[in-house]
Structures are given as structure tokens and as C-alpha cells.
Design a protein around this ligand. Structure first.
Ligand code: ADP
Ligand code: MG
Length: 341
């Protein structure tokens, strides 16, 4: 349905989107998840034909958004980050105006708008000025605008930003129900929102795709690791050397500790491996007191933070060989590994 191939966007020297590729299939709700500045809006603006790309290709139902924008745009309804509402119009006036812009046949307009206003539940405010509506209702009018012409794909840029908790739930429910008839791509920087609404999650950081999977699979990957947080007092290299000898440790990270004379370690093992007793014995024999030893179950939130932060580790359950490094920063080449999560 939609293919994004090697999309790159530069603003001057700044690379906002870097070699991004993904596919969108019919009938699913996709979440575009990433922190502020990740490149979500830029990607969506390019996909909808509002912004040019530096490089790459976007095909929508067989039509290139760059070469055949009119044809490609017919299949897309777009709710930008800042909805393009005319505050001095009423919703019905505004939606009629949008319908004319989208070249909906005159005879179909009334029925279509009636139906759309029912779907997004704005019928009762149809004749009020948009400027007097609450933020939640303004957002519904924005959604209605995207629905005009019944496009197959809806692209919604941070549709719940700035809404109160009750309005957020209402808009989320509305998006879910829209997902029954449309393919939806929504962006968000809130993980719980995306995992609650979406069938497929694409995590984007620094303009690159770092994960593309179902929320369930993303959770499984997390369960596939045990994380042990350890703070030990004593000679860092000596302690590191001892930990290196423990069988079953897949990854060992070393960090400065806030406690004086101590080092923080993050140890990753397979879920069935528990190295706590061995760590205790080794540290005890070395006369290095353990100030903290905690087994943490990672949440989806943790994985998101890890995937989208500068300091990354490799999460790849296929990679069986041991990887150990000492305070090593993973470079871009290696972080590519996380894309096949
Ligand atoms: P997101 O929507 O994920 O928050 P954006 O796509 O808005 O991210 O921005 C991606 C990056 O591109 C950011 O670093 C942002 O500062 C930069 N950027 C966005 N728009 C422009 C612009 N018009 N000119 C220059 N830089 C921009
Ligand atoms: Mg944005």
C-alpha cells in the first residue's frame, strides 16, 4: 500500500531523516514512535506531499508522491501536527471548503460530511465557530478534515498532543474505530499510547528506523533478557576482570558510579541464567563490597529509551556469541543490528 524507500531529508547540513525504509500494509494501525526531533513530522510531511525529499522514493498505491502527487494524495488523509483549521468558520463551513478543495463531487458532499461528522462526533457543534470549540473538539474537526474524500490511509501527526486525559482516551478510541476501515499511521512520542492503539510499532531515532515490530514482539525481546544492576566498591579493572570470567553473561556495561570509589555495572544474561550468587561469591572473595545488586525486568519503556538514546547497546537475540566491552560506545554500524529486532 505504501512503500518508503531510502528516504533522506537534509535541512542544510542537518540530516533530519536518514535512509529510512519501511512498508505499510492495508488495514493496520501503525505507530511512528520517537522522541521530539526524531524526524516523525518531517517523514509524514514528505509522505503526504507537503515537503520535498533530499533523496529516496515514496510510492502510494503504485503512485510516486513526487512524480504523481495528485494521484498519490487522493489515497491519503492527513492531520498535521498543527491542524490547518480556519478559526472563524464553523465545522460544517470548513468541511465543505475542504470537500471542494479535495474535489468531492457536489452531489456527494452533504451525505459524506453528515457521515464523517457522526463518525468523529461533532454533529452537535457543527454550527459553532471553530475558535470557540475545546481543544478536543478542534482535534476532532481536524480528523474530520482528514476523512473527507474517504481516503484509504490516514496519517495523523501526534493526534493527542495537548489534550487532557479524558480527551486523549476519546481520541484514541476514535482512532481505533477508524482503524477498522482505514489504514492508519500515527506518530507519538508516548510509548504507552502507541502500544495501546497500534498493530505495528516503528521506532525512529535520529531520523533512523531502530525497530519495526508488533508491540507483543517488542515485549518478547525485552523478556528475553535479564538485566542486573550492580554497584561494587574496589578496583574497577580487577572487578571487571572477575565479572568477565562468569559464564552466561552476554553483555557487560561499565559506568561511573555516583558512590565514591565504586563502579556501576549493567549485566545482561539470558532469562534462564541467574548469576547473582556467583557475583556475590566472587566479590566477597575479592573483598569488594556490593552496594547494590538488583535484577530488573525491563519494560517496553526501557527499550524505547535505550533504542532512542545516543548510548545504545545491541539487542539481538539471534546473536549468540558473547559480546563484552569496556565502556565502549557502540558505533552506528553496529547499532544497525537493532533494526532487525
Ligand atoms: P519530530 O516530529 O520527530 O519531533 P521533526 O521531523 O519535526 O521531528 O524534526 C526532525 C529534525 O529536523 C529536528 O532536529 C528538527 O530540529 C529539524 N527540523 C525540522 N524542521 C526543520 C526546518 N524547517 N528547518 C531546519 N530544521 C528542521
Ligand atoms: Mg513532530
Amino acid at each position: 500500500m505504501i512503500e518508503v524507500k531510502n528516504l533522506t531529508k537534509k535541512y542544510g547540513d542537518h540530516i533530519a531523516v536518514s535512509n529510512l525504509s519501511f512498508e505499510v500494509k492495508q488495514g493496520q494501525i501503525y505507530g511512528f514512535l520517537g522522541p521530539n526531533g526524531a524526524g516523525k513530522s518531517t517523514t509524514m510531511n514528505i509522505m503526504t506531499g507537503y515537503l520535498s525529499a533530499t533523496d529516496g522514493e515514496i510510492i502510494i498505491n503504485g503512485h510516486s508522491i513526487f512524480d504523481e502527487p495528485e494521484e498519490a494524495k487522493k489515497h491519503i488523509g492527513y492531520l498535521p501536527e498543527l491542524p490547518p483549521l480556519y478559526m472563524d468558520m464553523t465545522p460544517i463551513e470548513y468541511l465543505k471548503f475542504v470537500a471542494e478543495l479535495k474535489k468531492v463531487p457536489e452531489k456527494d458532499i452533504d451525505k459524506m460530511l453528515d457521515d464523517i461528522m457522526k463518525t468523529v462526533k461533532i454533529t452537535e457543534v457543527a454550527n459553532r465557530l471553530i475558535k470557540n470549540l475545546s481543544k478536543g473538539y478542534k482535534q476532532r474537526v481536524g480528523l474530520a478534515q482528514a476523512l473527507v474524500g474517504y481516503p484509504e490511509v490516514l496519517i495523523l501527526d501526534e493526534p493527542t498532543v495537548g489534550l487532557d486525559p479524558k480527551q486523549i482516551i476519546e481520541i484514541r478510541d476514535l482512532i481505533k474505530s477508524l482503524g477498522e476501515k482505514h489504514t492508519v499511521i500515527l506518530s507519538s512520542h508516548i510509548l504507552s499510547e502507541v502500544s495501546a492503539v497500534c498493530d505495528q510499532v516503528m521506532i525512529i531515532a535520529h531520523g533512523q528506523l531502530v525497530a519495526n515490530d508488533t508491540p507483543e514482539n517488542l515485549s518478547k525481546i525485552i523478556v528475553a533478557y535479564n538485566t542486573l544492576e550492580l554497584t561494587v566498591k574496589g578496583d574497577r579493572n580487577n572487578i571487571k576482570g572477575l565479572l568477565d570470567e562468569i559464564e552466561g553473561i552476554d553483555e557487560l556495561e561499565v559506568h561511573e558510579s555516583l558512590d565514591e570509589g565504586c563502579t556501576d555495572f549493567v549485566i545482561k544474561t539470558a532469562p534462564e541464567v541467574d548469576v547473582r550468587e556467583e557475583v556475590f561469591r566472587l566479590m566477597s572473595n575479592a573483598n569488594s563490597p556490593i552496594l547494590k545488586l538488583a535484577l530488573c525486568n525491563m519494560s517496553l519503556e526501557d527499550v524505547f529509551i535505550q533504542l532512542t538514546s545516543d548510548k545504545k547497546w545491541i539487542i539481538n537475540k539471534e546473536k549468540k556469541e558473547k559480546k563484552k566491552w569496556f565502556g565502549k560506545k557502540v558505533d552506528r554500524e553496529e547499532t544497525e543490528d537493532v533494526s532487525d529486532l
